[in-house]
Design a binder for this molecule. Structure first.
Ligand code: GLN
Length: 540
């Protein structure tokens, strides 16, 4: 029987960066804890088809799903919290909406009519929202609308919400996240920005059902009542979202504020008695009570950007928590590392992680850092470009192949140890020309990698163009670099690991995308464990 899918929208007002993604993911966690199946979707108002071609300065990390969609980093939060894979359908941009409508127009699907924002664009938006509920049998679809109400770009999205509310009645609810700032000079929390942002919603015909107020100080009952009165909601529907120590606190804080109960009430959903968050609580307890700490160096060219390596940061938190250790992430700009200063730059680290990336900036520093990790037996994890750099470093400094490089950076390298596959060489269109999404990897049994995964066949997510050049396979293997994981179908090297080193692994894929609170990634658990051992053994 067809279920009554409930659609919950999460909109934002007053300011960007209030944490709509975390609120959406926390709500999903609470609803899951009450036994509902939930998916979360992000609608982004920009015109790019996807964030794949955006640079991290613009948009933070690009998150990749199983089906190879290049998506907004909020999808990473959704997966880490809900432990449910997302897909292309979970991230839709204005660009994609228009692309779909225009291609239908060209096919003659609207023959005879003028194609307009209302109803054609809004119908396409509604279709992309409802398709998630209709095809997957979820109880709840939570749709986060990027940007802030009142932005020119978000109009068609808010208009679609208005229509869906009208069409679906109590099967649809709007949670509006705003800021309640504290004015130091006045010594007061101010509700006016919230009132204004709700008014902006009302001008567009949408009455929020629940107002979540991001704040640095607790909201007293008086303030809640005031917001309720000005914004036409009941006082219980004004939810405080106080700044938290970690994002992982937010589901527990939202439980205290009864966000789930409000959502269930306004959507006329019977409220299951039990809310089971035991696993989550256990995780947060461990996270906050570590028995020790380790320093992991994150070497990359975007380290000064908070969100550029979001999933790696979170996967390290998961790996640390699993080991009951706190991971101090020491961000090091790869451009600043040279042969001369590498020992100083990397001193005090118990593990070295070389980040993914595109292009040549900072690559020499990455290679120096890897040499240092290899020679000084410091645990090392290289991800994607980090793995490719490990192959280059090994070629140059162990195999003696002077000038070895990736053809991404040196097209004339005499030893192109990282290169394009033959069938990729003719591709010129950068958007969507990559190896993306889930691919099989077969792991050799007597390897460190196998020890960490405890299985031979895994699937991991990719996002790259270049590959390990198989011409160099035997030279690597004969000289102590195991090719421990292979994609069986295309015979591509996916994992390399150094023999005679306590823990040195490079992976062509991105393990960080698959690490969740419920299932921390085995490579991150193993890497942090190795860092802990290194600290115990070598640091007195
Ligand atoms: N630039 C490299 C490639 O395209 C690595 C990409 C990455 O690190 N994600 O193959």
């Amino acid at each position: 029987m067809k279920k009554n899918v409930k659609y919950i929208f999460v909109t934002g007002g007053v300011s960007s960066s209030l944490g709509k993604g975390i609120i959406s993911a926390s709500l999903a966690k609470l609803l899951q804890g009450r036994g509902f199946s939930v998916t979360i979707q992000k609608l982004d108002p920009y015109i790019n088809i996807d964030p794949g071609t955006l640079n991290p300065y613009e948009h933070g990390e690009c998150y990749v799903t199983d089906d190879g969609a290049e998506t907004d980093l909020d999808l990473g939060h959704y997966e880490r919290f809900s432990n449910t894979p997302t897909s292309q359908a979970n991230n839709v941009t204005t660009g994609r909406i228009y692309q779909n409508v225009i291609s239908k127009e060209r096919k003659g699907e609207y023959l005879g009519t003028t194609v307009q924002v209302v109803p054609h664009i809004t119908d396409e938006i509604k279709r992309s929202i409802q398709i998630l509920g209709q095809t997957n049998n979820y109880d709840f679809v939570i749709t986060e609308i990027g940007g802030t109400v009142g932005d020119i770009e978000s109009f068609p999205f808010i208009e679609s919400v208005r229509q869906m509310k009208w069409e679906l009645g109590s099967n649809c609810a709007v949670v509006h996240l705003t800021l309640v700032p504290f004015l130091k000079a006045a010594g007061e929390l101010k509700t006016k920005p919230t009132q204004h942002s709700v008014k902006t919603m009302l001008e567009q015909g949408v009455q929020p059902d629940i107002i979540v107020c991001r704040t640095e100080h607790h909201l007293n009952e008086g303030i809640k009542r005031k917001i309720a009165q000005f914004c036409n909601v009941s006082p219980t529907s004004v939810i405080e979202s106080i700044d938290a120590e970690t994002i992982y606190d937010v589901p527990l804080l939202m439980r205290e504020e009864k966000l789930d109960i409000e959502v269930l009430s306004v959507t006329n959903t019977p409220i299951p008695e039990k809310l089971d968050l035991r696993n989550w609580e256990r995780f947060v307890h461990r996270l906050k009570n570590p028995v020790g700490n380790v320093n992991i160096g994150l070497i990359g060219k975007y380290v000064e950007l908070k969100d550029a390596y979001k999933s790696i940061n979170e996967a390290l938190v998961h790996g640390g928590t699993e080991n009951e250790y706190k991971v101090n992430i020491v961000s090091i700009q790869s451009e600043k590392i040279s042969a001369k200063n590498v020992a100083k730059k990397l001193s005090g680290l118990h593990g070295i992680l070389v980040a993914p990336g595109f292009g040549g900036r900072g690559i020499d520093g990455k290679i120096e850092a890897i040499k240092y990790a290899r020679e000084n037996r410091i645990p090392f994890l290289g991800i994607c470009l980090g793995m490719q750099c490990a192959a280059i470093e090994f070629s140059r400094n162990v195999l003696g192949l002077i000038g070895a490089h990736t053809t991404e950076i040196d097209i004339d390298s005499p030893y192109p140890v990282i290169d394009l596959m033959e069938n990729q060489k003719s591709v010129t269109n950068l958007g969507g020309s990559m190896r993306l999404g889930l691919y099989d990897c077969h792991i050799e049994k007597d390897t460190l990698t196998y020890k960490e995964y405890q299985k031979q066949d895994v699937k991991e997510r990719h996002r790259h163009r270049f590959e390990f050049n198989n011409d160099y396979k035997s030279r690597f293997a004969e000289n102590g670099m195991r090719l421990s994981g292979i994609n069986p179908r295309e015979n591509l090297v996916e994992i390399i690991e150094l023999e005679n080193h306590p823990w040195f692994i490079g992976v062509q894929f991105h393990p960080e995308y698959k690490s969740t609170v419920k299932e921390p990634h085995p490579l991150f658990i193993g890497f942090v464990r190795a860092a802990i051992n290194y600290k115990k053994t070598f640091v007195k």
